[in-house]
Design a protein around this ligand. Structure first.
Ligand SMILES: C[S@@+](CC[C@H](N)C(=O)[O-])C[C@H]1O[C@@H](n2cnc3c(N)ncnc32)[C@H](O)[C@@H]1O
Length: 208
């Protein structure tokens, strides 16, 4: 599937309504269920935590705040925040992460450069880029928001090319029902570097 264009011509209200419906109830059991299929997140978090040259990180599409809470344990000194389009997820994350900073907005356009007082040296997209309607615009915005010399890290569904084709087709069809588009190789290689694939090319970890 081709990734959507850069133009911000999408129905943002419709997207937020979908996210609020989808996560309204599922946010309560989200972390429990997603550990069985959102692979690669902990590897990406460990890699981030091992780097000492950052103290401010913002996650885009921070969901329940699961990744931020894990990072807090690994890097208690860091200042952490999240940008989230879904009101349901935002309320949930704010309640569960009282010492972190969150803002409501769409990754493609919201200005989050001051959320932590100064631009973040790391921006994390964890299984959010595949759900964002305009991923190119979201990455361009991240490039504008990140501090000079900082990095944007992506972990997400990859092209599934190493899986048996019937499994890959079934998984793609299932993901489409949740408005998720796996990240294609052409797309990631055009926009990112340091590309690491997980087994079966199920997930990808990459940097801008
Ligand atoms: C699959 S969840 C991943 C949550 C979390 N990052 C994780 O790894 O568990 C995708 C998240 O991205 C959010 N999202 C989707 N489109 C977005 C957009 N355009 N801007 C900001 N957040 C968005 C969703 O509301 C949801 O919380």
């Amino acid at each position: 599937m081709t990734q959507p264009s850069t133009a911000l011509d999408v129905d943002q209200k419709g997207h937020r309504d979908f996210l609020n419906r989808y996560y309204g109830i599922s946010r309560y059991f989200y972390d429990l269920t997603r550990k069985y299929y959102l692979f690669g997140r902990d590897r990406a978090l460990r890699q981030l935590a091992a780097e000492q040259n950052w103290s401010r990180l913002i996650e885009i599409g921070s969901g329940t705040g699961r990744n931020l809470r894990k990072l807090r344990k690994l890097r208690p000194d860091a200042s952490l925040g999240g940008v989230e389009a879904s009101d349901a997820m935002l309320d949930h994350a704010r309640a569960r992460c009282p010492h972190m900073h969150f803002m409501r907005g769409f990754a493609e356009e919201v200005d989050y450069s001051k959320l932590l007082g100064a631009p973040p040296q790391r921006i994390l997209f964890s299984y959010s880029l595949s759900m964002i309607q305009e991923p190119v615009a979201a990455l361009e915005q991240a490039r504008r928001m990140v501090a000079p010399g900082g990095d944007v890290v992506i972990v997400d569904f990859a092209d599934l090319e190493g899986l048996p084709s019937t499994w890959a087709a079934g998984l793609r069809a299932w993901l489409r029902t949740f408005h998720v588009n796996p990240i294609e190789h052409d797309f990631i290689s055009q926009h990112a570097r340091d590309i690491q694939y997980g087994p079966g090319r199920y997930f990808v970890i990459a940097r801008l």
